[in-house]
Design a binder for this molecule. Structure first.
Ligand code: SF4
Length: 317
């Protein structure tokens, strides 16, 4: 799994669009025998709002007045029915997010999360959690409970990170990524475009992802959904061709990662989503709502996949 420098990635990203699409497509077909399958992932917030961090895009930060009410950590009995329903609706991965800076393995709330992970894994679903900063011991406990993958996004290139968040550093993120990888857990790690960053910041994010060994098992690519009350509330929408270029480039430099269309998908036309799938996206968040932002309606997703001759991924092994 090679690393790519920003210069190398730029040379790919700036190809004429159809050449880039073709390169993404070829890489996808070469590496993904199930190329007509799209993984459907359901995302649930298990602890909402009141977060100590100041990520400038986030509705859940306590630093901004976004109208998101802080909630308590949910328990197994709250989460399991939602996971069962997601499985019935065709999801093969269940992702859960908790809004806090991070958690240690001796915090009682961590014990609750471990119980939830064990219960959801028992349904035969892939399980992913995002709990902020964690160390090796916590990562190992989550793995032992049946966790498939740990989500911790790098968000943007290291050069732009301090314009997005000031309460922690890019290096803190990388430290958690290394802890997770050190116990052999797969990583889900991607970013957000449309936060005012430049092209090289976006490409710097991809370069950092290629430096992880192994590459992340999944790479969510989010388009900023501007949240009223956050510093990014007036950001302009992402140009659709920038997103398509980002997806195709990610596919080329991260050939074995699932490239996931995440937040901001509900604002994309069917045609734009089709281009992203052609370029090598093979996973989406599914369901009407992401953690706190709207998502495409489930029936529209099914209709779109059917129209494109794609199908929801069936569980493999
Ligand atoms: S992105 Fe995560 S860490 Fe940042 S403010 Fe939101 S919930 Fe907190």
């Amino acid at each position: 799994m090679p690393n790519f420098s920003v210069d190398e990635i730029r040379a790919i990203y700036r190809l004429p669009l159809f050449e880039l699409l073709q390169k993404g497509r070829e890489t996808f077909l070469r590496n993904w025998p199930e190329h007509d399958e799209v993984q459907l992932c359901k995302l649930m917030s298990i602890k909402t709002g009141g977060c100590s961090e100041d990520c400038g895009y986030c509705a859940q930060s306590a630093h901004f007045k976004t109208g998101t009410e802080p909630g308590k950590l949910l328990g197994v009995k709250d989460v399991l029915p939602v996971a069962e329903d997601a499985k019935q609706q065709g999801a093969t991965r269940f992702c859960m997010g908790a809004a806090w800076k991070g958690i240690r393995e001796d915090d009682p709330r961590f014990g609750t999360v471990v119980e939830i992970v064990r219960a959801v894994a028992g349904l035969g679903l892939e399980v992913c959690v995002t709990l902020g900063q964690i160390g090796e011991e916590a990562a190992q406990k989550l793995k032992d409970a049946g966790l498939t993958s740990y989500n911790h996004n790098l968000d943007t290139g290291s050069s732009y990170y301090s314009s997005v968040v000031t309460t922690h550093k890019f290096e803190d993120r990388v430290r958690t990524l290394r802890a997770v990888q050190s116990v052999g857990l797969a990583l889900c790690c991607g970013g957000i475009i449309g936060m005012g960053e430049g092209e090289d910041d976006r490409l710097g994010l991809l370069a950092s992802l290629t430096e992880l060994y192994p590459h992340p098992e999944s790479v969510p690519i989010n388009c900023l959904v501007p949240i009223p009350g956050t510093p990014m509330e007036n950001s302009s929408p992402v140009d659709v061709f920038d997103l398509v270029r980002m997806v195709a480039t990610a596919r080329v430099v991260l050939p074995l990662s699932k490239i996931r269309l995440a937040a901001g998908r509900s604002r994309l036309s069917k045609e734009a989503q089709a281009l992203c799938f052609f370029a090598g996206a093979n996973s989406v968040f599914y369901g009407d709502k992401l953690l706190t932002t709207p998502n495409s309606a489930e029936n529209e997703d099914r209709a779109l996949l059917a129209a494109l001759g794609l199908k929801p991924q069936i569980p493999h092994g």
